[in-house]
Ligand binder design. Structure first.
Ligand SMILES: Nc1ncnc2c1ncn2[C@@H]1O[C@H](COP(=O)(O)OP(=O)(O)O)[C@@H](O)[C@H]1O
Ligand SMILES: [Mg+2]
Length: 278
């Protein structure tokens, strides 16, 4: 399987005044086409920086990144990005928001009627796929968080990207809406055949969605380990109770605690209860 994303010895140092932060060190990674890769790790371990670099929104201090076989030097239509805070245009309707990216990517002078027709067809298809057909002419402020995030995903898919980069996209949603969004994004990414890199701080979310879970460690931000999720690719919510799921969840959680020097919940509780009874 050819790689959709390839990183070789990528590093990032932020310099602010006399302060130097090594946000990423020696990141070497291949993401095969069509993979759903999830990224977890303690706060500050460089997850967002890595994603922004893949998107071409952040420069790198060293190393090489290729996306869809082309060196990354800035943002590109073959890479779509979805953030946690929706970042929709409040003055545009749902349909207007979805079409916006495509309008930017077609040079106005070169645009012809068949481009416009294709764009309209694509926007319509995405409205239906994301369950947004009934709210096409609503404005973002009239929608729930889950619906707004559906619009953000549809907008990112409008240019038919080969790669979808998502930074804690469901972090602000309630648990029930998140579950719905999980099944939706699995369905949509498989249907579109898109490669996904999905950052989250929620281990359960990472296992449920991922073909592999990439675990990062802080100071300096680096790849700690990669876990294969040995579950059938067609996921359903009941899988969260299987032995394999629970085993993976506890080993990843333990490992995250180990990488950031924080005690596990169990250790902390034992310590607290010993204090209370003393
Ligand atoms: N623009 C910036 N300027 C300076 N330091 C930054 C900047 N962005 C991120 N950092 C630092 O880089 C490290 C990694 O940050 P980030 O990628 O946001 O981590 P995560 O998403 O895993 O929480 C942190 O120590 C953070 O403070
Ligand atoms: Mg982050």
């Amino acid at each position: 399987m050819p790689s959709a994303i390839s990183c070789r010895n990528v590093g990032k140092v932020f310099v602010t005044g006399r302060n130097r932060v090594t946000a990423l060190e020696n990141i070497t990674l291949e993401v095969p086409e069509g993979e759903f890769l999830t990224v977890v790790g303690a706060s500050g371990c460089g997850k967002s920086t890595l994603l922004r670099m893949l998107a071409g929104l952040e420069t790198r201090t060293c190393g090489d990144i290729e996306a869809a076989g082309v060196p990354v030097t800035g943002p590109g239509a073959e890479r779509g990005m979805v953030f946690q805070n929706y970042s929709l245009y409040p003055w545009l309707t749902v349909l207007g928001n979805i079409k916006f990216a495509r309008q930017l990517s077609i040079h106005t002078r070169d645009r012809n009627s068949s481009d416009v027709e294709t764009a309209s067809g694509r926007a319509d298809a995405l409205l239906h796929l994301m369950g947004l057909a009934k709210v096409a002419s609503a404005y973002p402020s009239q929608l729930s968080g889950g619906m707004q995030q559906r619009v953000a995903i549809a907008r990112a898919l409008m240019t038919r990207p080969r790669i979808l980069l998502m930074d804690e996209p469901f972090g602000a949603l309630d648990a029930q809406t998140r579950e719905v969004m999980h099944d939706l994004i699995l369905h949509v990414s498989a249907l579109e055949g898109v490669t996904v890199v999905f950052v989250t701080h929620d281990v359960e979310e990472a296992i449920y969605l991922g073909c592999r879970v990439l675990l990062m460690a802080p100071q300096p931000g680096r790849i700690d380990s990669i876990y294969e999720v040995q579950l059938p690719r067609h996921r359903h919510q009941e899988m969260k109770h299987t032995a394999e799921f629970l085993r993976l969840k506890s080993s990843i959680r333990e490992r995250i605690s180990g990488t950031c020097g924080i005690r596990t919940d169990t250790e902390l509780l034992q310590k607290l209860s010993r204090k209370a009874t003393a």
